[in-house]
Ligand binder design. Structure first.
Ligand code: EPZ
Length: 430
């Protein structure tokens, strides 16, 4: 199994190209099931989660081809992928496929809208909390779906004639349930109004793509989304938006290691709250044309308190990385996690590097230390694993991160991107 070795101590200088967003690409790919025409997505990142979803969509009958010509973007490559689901050959998403990645559960929306039925295994995914599916069930039921749970599967059936538009207010903000309800409502009869919708940029990206396919969606990016149902959707060509979590991760890596890096092909407006926190920690951040410049030259890292929240709040997907940064601050900081109840598994691993962190309920207290020391550590989930890499960049000696398959789910060419900026990071295959 692969491991990643980081030798700490180098500043970062250069350019890091930012990939297309994993969390936008996944729902966009799933949206291709809504039409028998071809959906072409540009800027699709090459990640384990994307490959897994390609397998799942193939199982439903999607024909998928990756463009031979890869689009050059800085030092990285983005892919253009074509998805054509002429016929849905299977409306079951089996446990063997869905258990590996929670987002694959989201096929329930398009399958139900287009075929009138779906049998989808209850999901798996990162072990960051219980992550139930009650909001999906309630939302789809509001559109008239009959839903029952049977042997670890959700069986869903639309009423005769298809789903029916309705008004539904989520009791809690959910990114995935917003994606699914929005997709399902595009082909429902009449108008659907979703209240307390997620406002994440990935929801806006999905709505833009669905509109390009002929859907009638307004309000995405606000907490009320209105969808006027249409009878069918067509193909479209759409570019996946830049990955704001990858952007924030590398911004924090530079803030940690020091140096001067341009994050290319991204947009500061996607992560204002996180960039503000990094600024307060002592980095200089300036938007450039088509990117963001991050600098920290001399000067220490200041302690900053954060609380995770749905967009536009501080993203839970950057919480672990920010904790990595705070381990070296010159004071005491507090990080409160409000989205997932079990997203502190990186704490004990950071402690192995010498971090001083104590937990009290959903809040971590981080007492900054003057030095971290390299050690063997274990990746426990996708974002937790990259927080260990960030800490490893400044730890004395070698940090060896095992279980890097977590990293491969969401970070494209991580070692290459960091190495080109002067870090000593290498993948070791046993
Ligand atoms: C998305 O997950 C992201 N995944 C996650 O990123 C991200 O952490 C999360 O949104 C929050 O921003 C993708 O986009 C593929 P939620 P999702 O439904 O949609 C509760 C990463 O590292 N909830 O917004 O699954 C849930 O338990 C991943 O890239 C219910 O209670 O998250 C959580 O507490 C990890 N019932 C909260 O809502 C439900 O039916 C928010 O979860 C659904 C969710």
């Amino acid at each position: 199994m692969d491991r990643i070795r980081i030798r700490g101590g180098n500043e970062l200088h250069g350019i890091i190209p930012i990939s297309g967003a994993k969390n936008a690409a996944l729902p966009l790919m799933i949206a291709s099931l809504l039409t028998d025409d071809t959906l072409t997505l540009e800027n699709v990142p090459h990640l384990a989660d994307v490959e897994q979803l390609i397998r799942i969509l193939g199982n439903h009958g999607a024909d998928i081809s990756v463009n031979g010509r890869r689009e050059r973007q800085g030092e990285s490559y983005a892919r253009t992928v074509h998805f054509t689901s002429r016929n849905i050959v299977d409306t079951t998403a089996p446990y063997e496929l869905v258990s590996k990645m929670r987002a694959s559960f989201w096929v329930i929306g398009p399958l139900l809208a287009r075929e009138g039925k779906a049998r989808v295994s209850l999901p798996g995914g990162c072990a960051i909390g219980t992550r139930p599916v009650d909001l999906f069930i309630e939302g789809l039921s509001a559109l008239g779906a009959r839903i029952e749970i049977d042997g670890g599967y959700i069986n869903a059936a639309a009423p005769e004639g298809g789903l029916i538009g309705a008004r539904y207010v989520f009791p809690k903000v959910s990114v995935g349930a917003t994606h699914v309800l929005m997709m399902a409502a595009t082909l429902a009869r009449g108008t659907t109004v979703i209240g307390n919708a997620a406002r994440e940029p990935e929801v806006v990206d999905l709505a833009n793509c669905l509109n390009a396919m002929g859907a009638k969606i307004t309000g995405a990016g606000t907490s009320t989304i209105t969808i006027e149902g249409v009878t069918s959707l067509s193909g479209a060509r759409h570019r996946v938006l830049p990955d704001r979590i990858e952007t924030g991760t590398y911004a924090m890596a530079v803030a940690m290691a020091g140096g001067d890096v341009v994050l290319e092909g991204t947009d500061a407006a996607l992560l204002d709250t996180a960039l503000e926190a990094i600024r307060r920690a002592g980095a200089e951040i300036t938007p450039t044309e088509g990117g963001i410049r991050v600098r920290r030259n001399g000067g220490g890292i200041k302690p900053v308190d954060i609380v995770t929240d749905p967009f536009p709040g501080f993203p839970t997907d950057l919480q672990a990385q920010f904790m990595g940064l705070m381990t070296r601050s010159n004071g005491v900081s507090h990080i409160t996690e409000t989205i997932f109840e079990n997203r502190f598994m990186h704490v004990q691993e950071l402690a192995r590097l010498g971090a001083r962190i104590s937990l009290s309920g959903q809040t971590a207290k981080i007492e900054g230390v003057a030095r971290l020391k390299g050690a063997p550590v274990m990746a426990t989930d996708l974002r937790a694993s990259v927080s260990l890499v960030i800490a490893g960049l400044v730890a004395e000696g070698d940090t060896m991160v095992s279980r890097v398959y977590h990293l491969d789910r969401g970070f494209e060419r991580l070692e290459e991107k960091l190495t080109r900026c002067g870090a000593e990071v290498e993948r070791v295959s046993d």
